[in-house]
Write a protein that binds this ligand. Sequence first.
Ligand SMILES: Cc1cc2nc3c(=O)[nH]c(=O)nc-3n(C[C@H](O)[C@H](O)[C@H](O)COP(=O)(O)OP(=O)(O)OC[C@H]3O[C@@H](n4cnc5c(N)ncnc54)[C@H](O)[C@@H]3O)c2cc1C
Length: 232
Amino acid sequence: MLVRDKGLRGIVIALEHFNTISIEGNQIIAGSGAKIIDVSRMALEHHLTGLEFACGIPGSVGGALVMNAGAYGGETSTVLKKATVVSYSGELINLEEKDFQFGYRKSVFTEKDYIIVEAVFELQPGEYAKIKEEMDTFTALREAKQPLEYPSCGSVFKRPPGYFAGKLIQDSGLQGTRIGGAEISTKHAGFIVNVDGASSTDYLKLIQYAQEKVREKFGVELETEVKIIGED
Ligand SMILES: Cc1cc2nc3c(=O)[nH]c(=O)nc-3n(C[C@H](O)[C@H](O)[C@H](O)COP(=O)(O)OP(=O)(O)OC[C@H]3O[C@@H](n4cnc5c(N)ncnc54)[C@H](O)[C@@H]3O)c2cc1C
């Protein structure tokens, strides 16, 4: 999520205290403010497989549900069993698999104004050493390919059908392009990194620039994965 420089008029609800994580058999019950990385570590400690993909995704359980966060062939939709949400009218609603409508980086949660409070993940018994090995492999891949040494919003653009956003940006010769303190990563062209006190405006201008250049060169529209909110 990228907040424009003039911020937000309204209430921002931080759910970081909804951060309990507990185990019931093969299920993990997690508050929406818990970190998905911690949930994945808890799964490892209890020899449960299914959440290895999430071991390096820096976000909350709520964010993972909304975005159907995924990596290395796994995604939230494959393990989410139930979710408890609060509607804007204050009603507590229990959702099940049939309600989630998961797609690529979208779900019922991107369509409706629900506030997620809790999630239940259904995992399978596994071998500690195998789960750990997979998580270590994913972590090594992430460290090798992603510019984790700088702050960023992760992948800026969604994968356009038939292409990879990073590759299109790379092939447009844009790596290293800088506006203010924001730079298209030289390590992974799908990331825009904050190398020197970037403002949201720097970031947004660079997003637009990359979109224009890729449109000109390849005729492909890059749509942002990062959610942009707040006032100009
Ligand atoms: C270095 C890096 C690597 C990343 N790698 C990946 C990756 O491999 N795969 C991937 O999918 N993503 C990746 N991301 C993107 C991001 O971390 C994930 O999409 C993450 O799941 C978003 O969670 P968040 O808590 O940060 O959500 P936010 O960005 O804060 O929010 C995302 C959306 O969810 C909504 N939301 C959040 N919590 C709730 C709630 N409780 N109830 C209702 N709505 C809510 C917000 O309003 C917003 O619309 C990466 C990001 C970075 C910086």
